[in-house]
Write a protein that binds this ligand. Sequence first.
Ligand code: HEC
Length: 147
Amino acid sequence: MQTLFTHPHIQVLGCALAMAAFTGLPAIAQDHALEGGSIGVEQVERGQEEYMANCSSCHGEDLHSVLSTAPDLTGSVFKYGWVGQTVGAKYNVISTTMPAGMGGSLSDQTYVDIVAYILSANGVSATQDGELPADPEALQAITITAP
Ligand code: HEC
């Protein structure tokens, strides 16, 4: 196996795969789930792009904050700040206050896709036909749980 990686092209491929794995999946300590709804695979992909464009400059590409005043969006912050809350509660805070100083500047769809990405990055599984609705009221009926 080791000798394969001495070939320059295979080395590049191995590196790209490793990077894709790292950027797509921040370290997950514990799995989480949703009660009353689900996130979709395509929704999470859209949300990841939007997160990188609108949030990662402060909250980090791996959801570990790069700005001293901004909280991480994973680990103990997720455990104590997200688990047990409704998706609607987190959606409301994010859509009215974020990006910091520009709350409400993104579309409802973009905000809900970003929330789906954050959930996915914290171990909530996405399904092919799942989708969080871009409807704040419907999101109040979906709860974030830990096993
Ligand atoms: C310019 C830097 C910056 C950007 C960009 C930014 N944030 Fe924040 N964020 C902060 C700071 C600072 C705080 C802590 C103070 C506060 O809550 O206003 C925060 C707090 C938060 C919180 C915790 C709020 C709470 O009260 O529970 C969440 C969740 C969050 N941000 C998500 C996001 C998301 C999602 C995006 C992208 C749409 C984003 N942030 C973009 C700086 C930023």
